[in-house]
Design a protein around this ligand. Structure first.
Ligand code: CP
Ligand code: NVA
Length: 311
């Protein structure tokens, strides 16, 4: 099975099949176990990954940097000012030059098209570290977290409340590929993009999953096993913040919505959070919250990904 991953890009969750995602998550469980007992690993000795960021990051940057070093390789962080992707230099030139020097490229970018362009001209694997459309590495860590906390992925009602954004899109893809039960609740105007939603719906019919949109958050969260939210204003949309705060008010993950989910539901947030907007302190820090475990799992899930595509 390992061989099928070698040299592949990871731009969205649907780049991998259900079997491949399951294999990857099982590898992550094993790598986490080995990390917990302090076992040194040299799976990526001599390999280097370039980490290109056009936006800020804590979790993605730190977890990829550590993932590489813990597997025996190196990571090279390149800030927006240094590279000027598509501004100082054409994306295809950056792709072709980096491909001669490093073994993999991570990109966090505004426009998903930039990632597609980079991947097209790179001869080494390209990984999506967040674009306007998707955040697939986040969702790998999320799936690992749900698996750990709830034992299985398929019997859970996963409810995403908030903006139909990049994280939500990757959850839709994960639900479709793996046949999960996902309910998305957002204001009509901020629903997930129709093409992504429709593709997800079609695929979920084949995989036995259910993907449902409900405008009413109170209806959506009923008996949920997993309650997930993300910021209402993603990076790059800051000028819309005040409008969004007003439009999303009733989608706030607070004690009221939490009380309608199952007692043992887990609360997830990809972070960073705007406390007091999409989530309140008492829920973010409360007994149902798994947000810090979720953040840690980025490291383990991405180690599994890198070990498979770069080795
Ligand atoms: N969740 C996430 O991707 O966090 P950062 O933006 O800090 O990388
Ligand atoms: N939706 C958020 C995710 C941050 C990790 C954003 O794009 O800013």
């Amino acid at each position: 099975m390992r061989e099928v991953f070698r040299g592949r890009d990871f731009l969205s969750i649907s780049d991998f099949s259900a079997l491949e995602l399951t294999y990857l998550l099982d590898s992550a469980v094993e790598l986490k176990r080995r990390w917990l007992i302090g076992e040194p690993m040299s799976i990526l000795t001599g390999k280097t990954m370039a980490l290109l960021f056009e936006k800020p990051s804590l979790r993605t940057r730190v977890s990829f940097q550590l993932a590489m070093s813990q597997l025996g390789g190196n990571a090279l962080y390149l800030s927006p000012q240094e590279v000027g992707l598509g501004k100082r230099e054409a994306v295809k030139d950056v792709a072709r030059v980096l491909s001669r020097m490093v073994d993999g490229i991570l990109l966090r970018t505004f426009d998903h098209y930039t990632l597609l362009e980079l991947a097209k001209y790179s001869s080494v694997p390209v990984v999506n570290g967040l674009s306007d459309l998707y955040h697939p590495c986040q969702v790998l860590g999320d799936l690992l977290t749900i698996k750990e906390k709830k034992r299985n992925l398929t019997d859970q009602k996963i409810c995403f409340v908030g903006d139909g954004n990049n994280v939500c899109h990757s959850l839709v893809e994960a639900a479709a590929v793996l046949g999960l039960n996902l309910v998305v609740s957002s204001p009509l105007q901020y629903r997930p993009q129709p093409e992504i939603w429709d593709r997800g719906l079609k695929k979920s019919q084949a995989t036995g999953g259910t993907i449902v949109y409900l405008e009413n958050p109170e209806e959506a969260v009923q008996e949920a096993d997993v309650l997930y939210t993300d910021v209402w204003t993603s990076m790059g949309k800051e000028e819309e913040r005040e409008t969004r705060k007003a439009r999303f008010a009733r989608y706030q993950l607070n004690e009221h919505l939490l009380s309608m989910a199952k007692d043992d539901c887990i609360v997830m947030h990809c972070m960073p959070a705007n406390r007091g907007e999409e989530i309140v302190d008492s829920v973010m820090d409360g007994p149902n919250s798994v947000v810090i475990d979720q953040a840690e799992n980025r490291l383990h899930a991405q180690k599994a990904l890198l070990a498979l595509i770069l080795s």
